[in-house]
Design a protein around this ligand. Structure first.
Ligand code: TYD
Ligand code: MG
Length: 452
């Protein structure tokens, strides 16, 4: 440990410093706002900001040629697509997701392919030993022999090794295991995560090395560590999926070099992650078209339409308080839709347990799937199957009115491609399609159509 280090615990709300951690800032009274920070690394040396020194010169934008920055292709099509065409040199990317979802797997596949393209990489693993990484690599259908694995958690050693190796892409798995001994806190605490990410950011910008961080997701769904982590990185990718099936969705939620909300869809196989070429077909496979309570809707996953099946089961409640269990749909949205059906269409759910499931582990984020959810619920209550070739696209208002949604035409085109013949859409939607369409103004019309 160096004797010249000095760290303080600083309140993120008011900026007051403390020599020791406390739960509550005595100055402003805020709870849990103190995080460790390094104050000065070299006391006695004049601050660099006093003179110009070797600070960079101002650059005329016209002298920069953006096309000169070639992206590094991972050659994993869906990954390159989500990134906006590949990895930008000198960028910092955060890949978040729950434990076991496949973060290490996909990044190992990426470095294997980047190496195969002749670009030097380094895979720094603080989570697993070299043997464990090797065992994983052996399962993958990739050329993994050329990958350099570094079992290291000290941040400065990782960057030094990366520089010595001349790596153009460095994966740090994970940011929660890295640390610097200039801070007292344990790896994974807010101060350590922030400092290590900051050092990797400087390393990336100064050397032009692309750095990819793995970040764990907390129970609340955020990436563990400070929110500032998402602010300092250039790109944030989330890896999502359901433990009960093999589909994984890689989603860009922030991208300084591409569009956000693009997704890549993968399937976890016995030899690593494989892109899913036809997601609609994958999500609809195994559908029983003749059973009541099933409805198909078309989502927009990024710019691509995808069909998914919604299954609803309304059953006589065993207890006084009926259960509401939803997988893939926000509980509050389900409550809203049940209330709309109850008040506007006169369907009583008060003595029914309601279970809702979206196949493939997909989450319904858009309200465009409301009509599909309503159709599945009505179909289950009436015990009458929805038409087997029908797709439902529309948002439900609180008055029970069915509203148009963006991208209706593209959603219907995907449904048609998948062999659907009938589309239930808002009467106010504008689109062109050769499908048979049923214009729905109000949710009661849905009920009338599926009456027993
Ligand atoms: P992993 O990449 O270790 O997840 P994370 O780094 O996000 O914690 O993924 C581990 C899971 O993936 C584990 O349950 C085993 C499974 N898996 C496969 O099914 N096939 C494979 O080829 C590999 C490497 C892992
Ligand atoms: Mg891992």
């Amino acid at each position: 440990m160096s004797s010249n280090r000095r760290s303080v615990y600083r309140c993120s709300d008011c900026g007051t410093d403390y020599p020791k951690w406390t739960g509550r800032c005595e100055s402003c009274g805020a709870w849990n706002t103190l995080a460790e920070e390094i104050v000065s690394r070299r006391p006695g040396k004049p601050a660099a900001s006093k003179g110009v020194g070797n600070a960079p010169d101002a650059v005329r934008l016209g002298d920069i040629r953006p096309e000169g920055v070639a992206r590094i292709k991972t050659s994993l099509g869906e990954m390159d697509f989500v990134l906006g065409g590949g990895i930008v040199p000198g960028s910092l990317t955060l890949v978040g997701g729950e434990p076991g979802i496949g973060k290490s797997t996909i990044l190992l596949q990426c470095v294997a392919r980047i190496e195969a393209n002749g670009v030097r990489t380094l895979y720094a693993s603080g989570e697993e030993s070299v043997d464990q990484v090797g065992l994983r690599a052996a399962r993958l259908a990739e050329q993994t022999d050329a990958i350099h694995v570094l079992p290291e958690v000290r941040i400065d050693t990782i960057t030094a090794r990366a520089a010595a190796l001349g790596a153009k892409v460095v994966v740090v798995d994970s940011i929660q295991t890295t640390y610097t001994d200039e801070l007292e806190g344990a790896p994974g605490n807010v101060g350590q995560v922030r400092e290590c990410a900051g050092r990797l950011m400087r390393f990336a910008k100064e050397t032009g090395t692309a750095v990819i961080l793995v970040g764990h997701v907390t129970r609340g769904g955020g990436i563990a560590g400070p929110k500032t982590l998402e602010h300092i990185v250039d790109t944030v990718l989330y890896f999502e999926g359901d433990a009960s099936n093999d589909f994984r969705i890689l989603r860009a939620v922030k991208n300084r070099f591409g569009s956000v909300d693009e997704v890549g869809i993968f399937e976890m196989t016995s030899s690593g992650l494989k892109p899913v070429a036809n997601p609609s077909a994958a999500f609809l496979s195994g559908r029983d078209e003749s059973s009541a309570g099933s409805a198909v809707t078309a989502l927009m996953e990024g710019t691509r339409p995808v069909l998914v099946e919604i299954q609803a089961l309304a059953a006589k409640a065993g207890f006084a308080t009926p259960q509401r269990v939803a997988t893939g749909l926000d509980h509050k949205r389900l409550a809203v839709l049940l209330a709309v059906l109850e008040r506007r269409a006169g369907i009583s759910f008060h003595d029914l347990d309601v279970f809702l499931n979206v196949t493939g582990g997909v989450r319904l984020i858009e309200t465009a799937s409301d009509l599909g959810v309503a159709a599945a619920l009505v179909s289950s209550v009436n015990d009458v199957p929805c038409p087997h070739d029908a797709v439902f696209v529309g948002e439900l208002g609180l008055g029970g009115e069915v509203r148009p949604v963006p991208g209706t035409e593209r959603r219907l085109a995907e449904a048609e491609r998948m062999g659907f013949r009938t589309a239930y859409v808002s009467a106010r939607a504008t689109y062109q399609t050769s499908m048979h369409t049923v214009s729905v103004r109000h949710v009661t019309e849905l009920y009338d159509r599926f009456a027993a």
